[in-house]
Design a protein around this ligand. Structure first.
Ligand SMILES: Cc1cc2nc3c(=O)[nH]c(=O)nc-3n(C[C@H](O)[C@H](O)[C@H](O)COP(=O)(O)OP(=O)(O)OC[C@H]3O[C@@H](n4cnc5c(N)ncnc54)[C@H](O)[C@@H]3O)c2cc1C
Length: 398
């Protein structure tokens, strides 16, 4: 009997985990199913590029996973029953159900309007492809001199504001940041950021908590009204509500609480990775939602599942940060080197070299997804009959 592994979500982490499992385990022993709503891989880290008119390379999953032994299922996940070990899906043929022995939950995240009035009606977002395409269409209809306000001074806000200002120098682009501009960066990093934003003529509103979005302006807590023909909302990501509706232990925000092997602390047959997981990182701090820390969670989960199924050694790699790679348009960038727990060091890389570095990081992340089983040593170990049959035997022996 094959052990059924179902991976939900084929983003940066789910696709990598499915490929790694396929490489680690014998095909005769496991049936790996990868469920995703869309037929091709979406490079989320390039959504600001898509929104500003750049075309991304198409990456169909059918090509990426051909010959790997991973079965693709194009469907929308609508629910998970962790007691019956089933996943409810809907596709063009109607509703269906998948049963699993081990589940890898990697559904990622979406934009977080944070309940600010007017966001749903008036704001644009770039957390996923539909939102980025909607913004792209809207930007093409803006006339010279019209205003765009990017709300959110985090990494996504910085990348979006600079990309828009570079692509459309005729627009009046502003950035509204709740805190000081780049105040988590090193002094050199902050200085470079200010220089680039000034060069791109981006107006920066610091300590500006946005409290409302209207059709032509945003309102801030200190009573300002910033003109905005278009508001781009980048203030944080929120996970999909599916996990919160299950019996899994989740945080208030709905992330699945996992241990160091990415296994759910409440349900040992379930693993969670990427944005969907609450992983405690170095310094006992939660890992932030990012590819930088998400991809290692996928490696860790796949290796832990393979180890538990085959009686191998559990992985014990601590997931750490090395740098924050920020694109500032296509010609500029900022690489901020950081401690293991993501605090800025003095060292930075800036300018064209930083832009090239960031581009290489994005390309290598996509390459890792597009070549899910390449570059890994083949060590397909046999799944022991007992472990394959029962999740509880796996739990007891780990
Ligand atoms: C504009 C932008 C720039 C970013 N830049 C960076 C960066 O420079 N560096 C960095 O480290 N991180 C960056 N991030 C964050 C990074 O993209 C995410 O942290 C990363 O994509 C998380 O990976 P994931 O696999 O958890 O989720 P995702 O990559 O979002 O994948 C989730 C997958 O699940 C699928 N899915 C979702 N719901 C369902 C459902 N109900 N049914 C079926 N399928 C479903 C989706 O279609 C998707 O394929 C950026 C994000 C954005 C939006």
């Amino acid at each position: 009997m094959q052990h059924r592994i179902v991976v939900l979500g084929a983003g940066y982490t789910g696709a990598v985990a499915a490929g790694r499992l396929a490489k680690r385990l014998r095909r005769e022993d496991v049936a790996i199913t990868l469920v995703n709503a869309e037929p091709d891989f979406v490079e989320r880290v390039r959504m600001h590029q898509l929104a500003t008119g750049q075309d991304l390379k198409p990456r169909p999953f059918s090509e990426m996973f051909a010959g790997t032994g991973v079965e693709l299922r194009l469907a929308q996940v609508t629910g998970v029953d962790v007691d019956r070990k089933t996943v409810a899906v809907i596709d063009a043929n109607g509703t269906g159900q998948l049963s699993y022995d081990t589940l890898v939950y990697a559904l990622g995240s979406r934009w977080n309007a944070q309940g600010v009035p007017g966001t749903a009606e008036h704001a644009y977002e770039i957390a996923g492809r539909p939102g980025a395409l909607r913004l792209r269409e809207r930007l093409t209809r803006l006339d010279a001199g019209q205003s765009v306000v990017v709300v959110g001074g985090g990494l996504t806000g910085l990348e979006a504001a600079t990309e828009i200002a570079e692509a459309r120098p005729d627009l009046d682009v502003a950035l509204a940041a709740r805190d000081g501009l780049g105040d988590w960066l090193s002094p050199k990093g902050r200085e470079h950021l200010r220089k680039v934003l000034a060069k791109l003529r981006i107006t920066v509103y610091e300590h500006a908590a946005v409290t409302g979005v209207e059709a032509d302006r945003v309102a801030t807590a200190d009573g300002k009204a910033i003109p905005a023909a278009v508001t781009v909302w980048t203030a944080g990501f929120a996970v999909h509500p599916i996990a919160k509706a299950t019996a899994l232990e989740v945080t208030d925000s709905g992330q699945i609480v996992v241990d160091g092997t990415m296994r759910s602390v409440s349900h040992p047959d379930v693993y969670a990775i990427g944005d969907a997981a609450m992983v405690t990182g170095p310094g006992d701090k939660p890992l932030r939602m990012s590819c930088a820390s998400g991809t290692p969670t996928a490696w860790q989960a796949a290796d832990a599942i393979a180890a538990r199924l085959t009686g191998g050694k559990l992985p014990n790699v601590s997931i750490r940060y090395f740098n924050q790679c920020i694109s500032l348009g296509r010609k500029e960038g900022l690489i901020q080197y950081v401690t293991a727990d993501d605090r800025a060091l003095q060292a930075v890389l800036t300018g064209r070299l930083a832009a090239v570095y960031k581009e290489l990081i994005c390309r290598s992340a996509a390459w890792g997804v597009a070549n899910p089983t390449l570059g890994l040593p083949t060590r397909r170990r046999r799944v022991t009959r007992e472990r394959a049959a029962t999740g509880s035997a796996v739990k007891a022996s780990a």
